[in-house]
Design a protein around this ligand. Structure first.
Ligand code: NI
Ligand code: MN
Length: 231
């Protein structure tokens, strides 16, 4: 059984029997425009075995370097991001869209995401990705930042997704109605809205999303930063 903890924005933590995995660990930023405090943990307390990055944008790449260096963490990311991390002295595992690899905790597969991707210093970061994690006999999907796209149907047809983290904030990603359609395409059993309310331009009502998800017969968990659920 895995425990899943939501830390705000797109930062999701998965605790399996043996390892702690962070996805998109955005804890704090030097950018003074990012004034909305969203994360329940402090950088000094961040500790994990693996980090999985969906793309290079600052609100996802987050504090990867500080966390990884302090904890001997392996970062799993698109090849361009993995190369960049290697050059910064961080242990990384390069992957690319459509490829899967068996890690000690389970399998990770990167999927399409329709978005853009560059690192905080402007370095090219390859394509953005979504990520499928198969661990403890469950399938977890984190969509990263993406628009709605029809191939989500294929992801849903070829996977039994137990829980999907989908952005609902609009402006940079899917908004509520597109994310509801995405949940349908993905055939996700349970859906958790992410990537909203952290910035002024991505304000969204998670309860509206929840109502709409429930109206198509699916379960939706609205999680506050620090909330957890068991899988
Ligand atoms: Ni982004
Ligand atoms: Mn983002």
């Amino acid at each position: 059984m895995s425990k899943i903890i939501y830390h705000g924005h797109s930062f999701v933590e998965i605790r399996t029997k043996d390892v702690v995995i962070y996805i998109d660990p955005f804890i704090e930023s030097n950018d003074t425009e990012i004034a909305i405090k969203h994360c329940d943990i402090e950088l000094k307390d961040a500790k994990c075995d693996y980090i999985i990055l969906t793309h290079g944008h600052a609100d996802h790449f987050g504090n990867t370097i500080e966390i990884a260096k302090g904890n001997d963490t392996t970062v799993i990311a698109m090849a361009e991001i993995a190369d960049y991390l290697y050059s910064k002295g961080v242990k990384s595992h390069a992957m690319n869209i459509g490829g899967a690899y068996n890690f000690p905790f389970g399998k990770v597969k990167l999927t399409l995401a329709h978005h853009s991707s560059s690192l905080p210093d402007g370095t090219y970061a390859g394509n953005p990705a979504g990520v499928l994690i198969y661990t403890d006999n469950k399938t977890i999907f984190h969509a990263g930042d993406t628009s709605l796209f029809y191939d989500m149907k294929l992801i849903g047809e070829t996977n039994k997704i137990d829980i999907a983290f989908l952005p609902i904030g609009d402006n940079f990603t899917m908004g509520i109605d597109d994310a509801v359609k995405a949940a349908e395409f993905l055939r996700a059993k349970t859906v958790v809205p992410v990537h909203y309310d952290t910035y002024e331009v991505i304000k969204a009502d998670p309860n509206e999303f929840k109502r709409k998800i429930e109206s198509i017969g699916k379960k939706c968990i609205v999680m506050k930063s620090g909330d957890s659920t068991e899988l």
